[in-house]
Design a protein around this ligand. Structure first.
Ligand code: PBG
Length: 329
């Protein structure tokens, strides 16, 4: 008691007295199985290429990608999300490398499946931006606008070739209206009923995607504001979510994670399917850059950022630190 009066005997600090006590009462625990590793594979390179704005992350060769997948598996990570970077000369207006059975992403899916079988969940980015010469997530109409329904036809073909290559899960990230329904039908029609869809249901037009554009050698000029969501909007996310579930999404995702924890918490409360959150390239870059300058404790900041995402309601977290963090847990 202080000499200045009393306060109730309740003292929350009692439960913070020792590491063992804090460990026992922790409400959120990260587990390696929560984590999914996003990985880039680039065509036509003989050694991994570092990504300037993402220190520690590389564009893999087919060989080093296989190694990274095995390392992730051994560390206990649940899945790997693959992004393919085709040779610049192969990009075109409709994103042909995305539907070529021998396109780099399809080859990588096959490589990784051959290596990990069913032990690591193999996921593939289902979007055209890595393969189009204009860098948009869809095909363009005569006026240069992203043509929603023409894009859906391309996504349907992509879903089939990715599933044929062995993807367990496809991850449509292009934010076209109707994409989940069309992809579900396309998969079912060719006997891929067992391939699941992880829908990027809530995806904001974010400045934090910056480093990713370097990672995939993006050709984009301009922005994605006509298809990705306005960061100002929350209610709209619930609409996107409802549509994706109605169309057959097996799992849903919120992206980016850190700046949108309020949305993540709402989504997690609202649905009865697994919820993923993507800690994106800019979230990674900010922590790495500040740590490099000695401004924050890197390892603690990484753990705190991931704990926050899980606490907000994510069942799965895509993070470029997946393997490293899984090893520490
Ligand atoms: C689109 C896609 C993007 C990311 C994942 N899928 C980029 C975008 O929408 O511009 C970003 C991931 C990251 O920033 O880490 N295929």
């Amino acid at each position: 008691m202080t000499k200045y009066g009393s306060f109730p005997g309740t003292r929350p600090r009692r439960l913070r007295t020792t590491p063992a006590m804090r460990r026992m009462v922790a409400e959120t625990r990260l587990h390696p199985a929560d984590l999914i590793l996003p990985a880039f594979v680039r065509e036509g390179i003989s050694a991994p290429v570092e990504i300037g704005a993402m220190p520690g992350v590389v564009q893999h060769t087919r060989d080093t990608l296989k190694k990274a997948a095995v390392e992730a598996l051994e560390a206990g990570v649940s899945g790997i999300m693959l992004f393919g970077v085709p040779e610049e000369s192969k990009k075109d207006a409709v994103g042909t490398p995305g539907t070529d059975p021998d396109g780099i992403l399809q080859l990588a899916i096959r490589d990784v499946r051959a290596e990990v079988g069913d032990e690591l969940i193999v996921m593939s980015d289902l979007c055209l931006d890595e393969t189009t010469d204009h860098g948009h997530c869809g095909v363009l109409d005569a006026e240069g606008r992203v043509d929603n329904d023409a894009t859906l036809e391309r996504y349907a073909e992509m879903a089939q070739v990715q599933a044929d290559a062995g993807a367990h899960v496809v991850g449509p990230s292009g934010m076209m209206d109707g994409q989940i329904g069309v992809i579900r039908d396309a998969l079912d029609q060719v006997g891929h009923e067992d391939v699941s869809i992880l829908a990027y249901s809530v995806k904001y037009s974010s400045a934090f995607f910056g480093p990713f554009r370097e990672a995939v050698g993006s050709s984009l000029k301009g922005d994605r504001k006509t298809y990705q969501q306005d960061p100002a909007n929350a209610r709209e996310s619930m609409r996107e979510l409802a549509l994706d579930l109605e169309e057959g999404a097996d799992m849903v995702m919120v992206k980016p994670a850190g700046p949108y924890l309020d949305i993540l918490a709402k989504v997690a409360d609202a649905v009865d399917v697994p919820v993923a959150a993507y800690q994106i390239s800019g979230e990674y870059a900010m922590i790495e850059a500040a740590a490099e300058r000695g401004w924050i404790d890197r390892d603690k900041a990484i753990m705190e950022s991931l704990t926050g995402i899980k606490r907000a309601g994510a069942n799965m977290i895509l993070t470029y630190w997946a393997t490293e963090v899984a090893r520490q847990l």
